[in-house]
Design a protein around this ligand. Structure first.
Ligand SMILES: [Zn+2]
Length: 375
């Protein structure tokens, strides 16, 4: 059994922290979400919603019933119990079906009618921002950075601070407001981030029900690639997004209607992206992409196939890409079978882009390397 105690807000050192104690038979911890004190009225006090969603994977993995002292939004409770939990529990034995016992409420939480999305500079994030301008049916008002586990290493809070600084700069340039949520997920939750990233990010948005009426989670996969891989939460984003909404906060999974190469093609029409595109595993939006990590190799090759690489010379070392083109394309070829890399290969073929013969030599080497790492 896992018990989520009553939520409260504490103020300290210019921040406002939404807290709840989490008890099991073995121990009690405090889980928290923190914003600058000036944004304290954005926090969702008096509801268990954000805590429940953040803790759901750990509780399901351990087979623990969840008991909440605070009310849970009725829609969220219904969708978790009747859709998400049974669906995830039906796939293998990683997650078990559990009960969520809680008082429920169908009263909407008052909010500021804000529309938000996460900002990272990645392809999916920028595409969502590009498509939700003032003339769209769902114009964005805010970009968010959540410290939910994406920043790695022992100094991950420094990484969070840097990412917030970059987002503030981007917000100034584009007229979007910012909201930053720190948490202690990394200290108290045991999961691998990619297994649970959507639960954690959506729980941060649920902690801001005093602000958002709509939140867009940028999709990592197109709708045609929907499947349930419990160790890649992005594979079933449409399901999680559908189930996490409440009476006052609607979630959308943005960008599922197009493939990744189509996102890059669209972004190449948007000059703001020329300074901010950052698919790279390393560093932050607005900085140079490394050019050689697995994401750079794939997305820079896609831009090359689209004849758009030169547009990004402020954030990509285009010369270095051309110098190493055989290795970069070889890496993409070696990842055949992964649909995101397959898209790039198909694009190269469709656009009759010449592939240097040495790329196939690199392909063999990378394939041996990847197989060795898998073993
Ligand atoms: Zn990179």
């Amino acid at each position: 059994m896992l018990k989520i105690g009553r939520s409260a807000i504490t103020r300290k050192d210019g921040t406002a922290r939404l807290t709840a104690s989490i008890s099991t038979n073995l121990r009690t911890i405090v889980l928290w979400f923190s914003v600058p004190e000036a944004q304290a009225d954005c926090l969702t006090v008096g509801r268990a919603d954000p805590f429940l969603l953040a803790l759901l994977p750990a509780a399901m993995h351990g087979g623990h019933e969840i008991i909440c002292e605070d009310p849970v939004s009725e829609r969220l409770h219904y969708q978790l119990c009747n859709d998400l939990i049974p669906a995830l529990a039906s796939v293998g034995d990683w997650y078990q079906s559990i009960r969520v016992t809680a008082p429920t409420t169908n009263q909407p939480h008052p909010n500021q009618d804000a529309v938000g999305t996460g900002f990272s500079g990645g392809v999916d994030s920028l595409f969502t921002i590009y498509c939700h301008g003032t003339d769209s049916e769902c114009p964005l008002t805010h970009i968010a950075v959540f410290n939910s586990g994406v920043f790695e290493g022992t100094h991950y809070r420094d990484g969070f601070a840097t990412a917030c600084g970059k987002a503030a700069q981007f917000g100034n340039e584009t007229g979007l407001k910012t909201v930053f949520v720190d948490t202690n997920f990394v200290e108290v939750l045991p999961e691998r981030f990619l297994d649970v990233y959507s639960f954690r990010n959506l729980s941060c948005a649920l902690a801001l029900q005093g602000l958002f009426s709509t939140y867009l989670l940028s999709s990592g996969h197109d709708a045609g690639n929907f499947h349930i891989d419990l160790h890649n939460a992005a594979s079933f984003d449409p399901l999680t997004v559908f189930c996490a909404g409440t009476e006052s906060l609607t979630f959308y999974n943005a960008g599922t209607e197009v493939k990744r190469w189509e996102k890059l093609n669209a972004l190449s029409q948007w000059p703001v992206s020329y300074r901010w595109l950052h698919p790279c595993v390393y560093g932050y939006a607005g900085e140079k992409n490394c050019g050689h990590c697995k994401k750079c190799a794939r997305d820079l090759t896609t831009l090359y196939a689209l004849c758009a690489l030169d547009l990004y010379n402020q954030v990509i070392d285009v010369k270095a890409y051309h110098h190493n083109i055989a290795a970069r394309i070889g890496f993409v070829l070696a990842n055949r079978g992964n649909h995101l890399y397959d898209e790039t290969i198909l694009l190269l073929q469709k656009r009759a882009i010449a592939i240097p013969s040495t790329a196939y030599v690199y392909e063999k080497q990378f394939r041996r390397f990847l197989m060795r790492n898998e073993r």
